[in-house]
Design a protein around this ligand. Structure first.
Ligand SMILES: O=P(O)(O)OC[C@H]1O[C@](O)(CO)[C@@H](O)[C@@H]1O
Length: 536
């Protein structure tokens, strides 16, 4: 079974996926699933409230607008391809002025470096997009006038390394956060703010923001007169925000044709609205995956991209699928245990990492191949005739071996890594996620599980600060449990975990605990447990 799009030369091949039969695709059950999934797309695109679950802790109760941003039609006022292109043109003009040296620092210097600071969808999409056009050596390959850096996570080693290398006087940090309050992103913004202040420069000319109007980041950016403040809508989910200012600002700095990317998304969306199942590539994919998991239980989706330009694509899909489909409630509030594990990377390398197990070991996965039909150049290779032909041999060899080993695979072939085709790739997977969520009866657009970790991290911060004050009074000697009890708290898994972390960290990183300057912390391992001493 194959699907072909003559306009883009995109090919979806399900030949390696034996659960997809004509009988399945023509069955009443599949017709029913497809109809309800397409009805869901209609509701989403009409701006109805679909991010909703009948469980108090799960529901965001909002519309979901990522498809609207690339639609020719405008069923939701102010949200259409034309609106997005208008925003893109504004962003591009302003950032071109930076790249061309027309907008300079207040001291008249040209900007040399930009840091994109964001997390999750505010990081993975931009990174994936930049690499899809230049490879991961983008600062070397692209010939752009400004060097590009990404900061995600909270890693003091990275902050330290990057901040020490850059010339603050010619660098701009773009903080990107829909909520404007994500702790990791805020932490990096705060560190940048302190660094800029330490040089005596103003923060505004060295900062930009992408966020929602009125967020904490927006207020901060307004107050400090950031060089650029660009907005996205509350209705756009983080993991589907690549089509908004979150993708536009990095694309403008990287001189990527973002309008072409949006048009590619829109082109795929048009195909994935088709009611005929065999003419709808996302429906084919979703039905295939759903049917296999129904028959054989859940399976990991391994995404093998045979292009270095797609180095971050599997990572991008990991958030898109796992944050959307990993749920423990159905939309109607009844319990569910759902998810779709995704991992992968660049095919040729992964062949030598995890493919042994995939080919010969546990039968817990199916494989997605993604590659490009056209090469931008080629080199001689004695074994295969050319390097490109060798790559093709690796793809087809792995597919053949999977078939011989009784493993299922699906292959997507895009013509070449143009922004249009990358837009199509992203839009296809977004639609598959919408369809799968609908088949499973879950809400693809909330992420309450991530909130659990965020709240627990806040609890650790409070514990750590209280503990610092406590130790500063008279030091401490004893085990983690003694430490918890000494502070008048009950010993539990969580308090013991936090006490161990605080005390161990204090022994390794005393400089991080300013109120404890002058104290010496040490620990001893006795009978399988640590005992700590913090004294002047
Ligand atoms: O853009 P924000 O609000 O900083 O959120 C970053 C990420 O955090 C999450 O809310 C939870 O991981 C993601 O959905 C999102 O992409």
């Amino acid at each position: 079974m194959k699907f072909f799009d003559p306009k883009s030369e995109f090919v979806l091949s399900l030949d390696g996926f034996e659960t997809v039969t004509d009988e399945l695709l023509e069955s009443q059950a599949t017709a029913f699933l497809a109809k309800s999934a397409l009805a869901m797309v209609e509701k989403i695109e009409a701006g109805e409230v679909v991010n909703t679950t009948a469980h108090p802790t799960e529901s965001e109760d909002r519309a979901v607008d990522h498809y609207n941003h690339r639609m020719e039609a405008s069923p939701v006022a102010g949200k259409s391809l034309a609106d997005s292109i208008a925003q893109w043109n504004t962003i591009k003009t302003e950032i071109d002025a930076i790249l061309d040296g027309k907008t300079t620092t207040p001291e008249g210097k040209r900007y040399t470096d930009v840091i994109f600071n964001g997390l999750g969808g505010s990081f993975l999409g931009p990174l994936m997009l930049v690499i899809s056009q230049y490879g991961d050596e983008f600062n070397f390959e692209s010939g752009l006038p400004v060097r590009i850096h990404f900061m995600s996570n909270t890693d003091p080693d990275t902050y330290h390394l990057l901040f020490n290398k850059l010339d603050v006087a010619t660098t701009v940090m773009v903080s990107m956060s829909k909520s404007g309050s994500t702790a990791e992103t805020k932490g990096a913004t705060d560190a940048w703010t302190a660094l800029v202040a330490s040089t005596g420069l103003e923060l505004g000319p060295h900062s930009m923001a992408v966020t929602t109007p009125g967020s904490m980041l927006d207020k901060f950016a307004q107050e400090h007169k950031f060089l650029g403040i660009y907005y996205m809508a509350t209705e756009t989910g983080g993991r589907t925000s690549i089509g908004t200012a979150i993708g536009m600002v990095p694309a403008a700095f990287a001189r990527i044709d973002f309008a072409d990317f949006l048009r590619g998304q829109g082109h795929m969306d048009a195909m994935t609205r088709r009611p005929e199942i065999k003419q709808n590539p996302a429906m084919l994919l979703a039905v295939a995956i759903h049917q296999m998991t129904l028959m054989q239980g859940s399976k990991n989706m391994i995404v093998l991209c045979y292009s270095d330009f797609l180095k971050e694509f599997a990572h991008y899909l990991q958030q898109l699928y796992m944050e959307s489909l990993g749920k423990n409630y159905h939309v109607d509030g009844t319990p569910a245990v759902e998810g779709q594990t995704v991992f992968g990377g660049v095919g040729t390398g992964e062949q030598h990492a995890f493919m042994q197990q995939v080919q010969k070991g546990l039968r817990d996965c199916f494989v997605r191949f993604v590659h490009f039909a056209k090469r931008s150049g080629d080199l001689d290779n004695a074994k295969a005739g050319s390097v490109g032909r060798q790559l093709l041999a690796f793809i087809k060899g792995t597919e053949a071996a999977l078939h011989q080993n009784g493993k299922e695979f699906i292959t997507c072939t895009y013509d070449e890594p143009t922004p249009f085709n990358i837009g199509m790739m992203v839009a296809l997977e977004e639609r598959v996620v919408t369809f799968l969520a609908c088949f499973k009866g879950i809400n693809a657009y909330d992420q309450p599980g991530v909130q659990d970790g965020k709240l627990a991290a806040d609890a650790m911060n409070t514990f750590s600060k209280d503990s610092e004050d406590f130790v500063a009074k008279a030091g401490f000697k004893g085990t983690a449990d003694d430490f918890v009890t000494a502070q008048g708290k009950a010993v539990s898994f969580e308090t013991r975990l936090m006490a161990e972390a605080f005390l161990s960290d204090l022994t390794k990183n005393p400089a991080s605990y300013k109120a404890l300057a002058g104290f010496k912390a040490s620990r001893q391992f006795v009978d399988g447990a640590f005992s700590y001493s913090v004294e002047k």
